[in-house]
Design a protein around this ligand. Sequence first.
Ligand code: SF4
Length: 379
Amino acid sequence: MQLTYPHMGEAYIAVKSLLDDVGVKSIIPAFTTSSTLKLGSSISPETICLPYKIMLGNYINSIKAGADSILITGSCGPCRFGYYGPLQRQALRDAGYKDIDIIILDPPREGYKKFYEALKKVAGGQHSKILPAFMNAYKVCCEVDSLNELVYFIRPRAVNKAKIRTIVNEFKKNVINTKGSVQMLELINETKNLIRKIDIDNSLNPIRIGIIGEIYTVIEPFTNLNAEERLGELGAEVHRSLTVRDWVRNTVILPATGRKGFKLEKKLSRPYLPTLIGGHSQECIGHAVHYANLGYDGLVQIYPMTCMPEIVSRSILPQVEKDYGIPILYLIVDEHTGEAGYQTRLEAFVDYIENNKPASCPQARNGRKHATFNTGLPH
Ligand code: SF4
């Protein structure tokens, strides 16, 4: 079996560690570009969500590189994600990729037996290695978040911002050459040490912006046009509301121990959206309130065009904006998103916050606390 999986931000780092530790041969898809999206779009319904199209493009690139099986996560609930696996399987068959096996890893709440059976299929004869490999991959997820949070802190303060970009890009390339979670953790640690050595201007007090919205577009830099990097280089300290670690912790680990995931976010969203409507819309509203409570200066909501749950969040967020006095920039992305217009909107938003901070964000004066969703790692 030559297994592949779609890109979703840094997910490939943890998935590669897991598969290496279990001893499964895998192919990391080529990093997503506009040709990946074009490829996926060519066999997708026009109005389906953007992640669906990009994932298909990732699969085809990996199949061309020799992959014969695809691992994806599944879902239930009132949004299209639950249909991705069966629909993509059919789309690949229709496009002539008839012998490709798609293994769908449904969250354990759909039944632990099903979840374990899918993992067993991935692991072949190496069942006993699954649990330790999974826990090591989770550790990798935590360390990747910690690395990102260090980057979020350093980037707006860095004297030479190009240096941080070079280190991060080098790290992404080096991931491909590592083998197993031990080497991966070492690489992350080395990268953190390099970043800590970057000269920073400690006199700066950057504005803080939380990134909220649909999980794929929040996490995957291709779809959000590197929003974190752009905002950081404009002088804002960002924080990403959803990460791969959060997803694993809240969807797999907590339910496995009989606890509920995303408890804080759901509690905070209750006055605005008391019902699950699919995707992470309740989490999006909960994150917005939490960031406001922490004194953040602004929020950016990012979501794909035609994403039903986030369209609902979008219609609720102006009320959060009003109730908490926190400005929100709304960015909808699809294959026609233009870079220049996107950059202009980010620049205008950062300028707006910097110029209006005392009036628009009274919480900012009440001391600065860092976002600590779920396990929350310190910088
Ligand atoms: S959350 Fe939105 S973008 Fe993601 S699968 Fe559901 S509808 Fe599509």
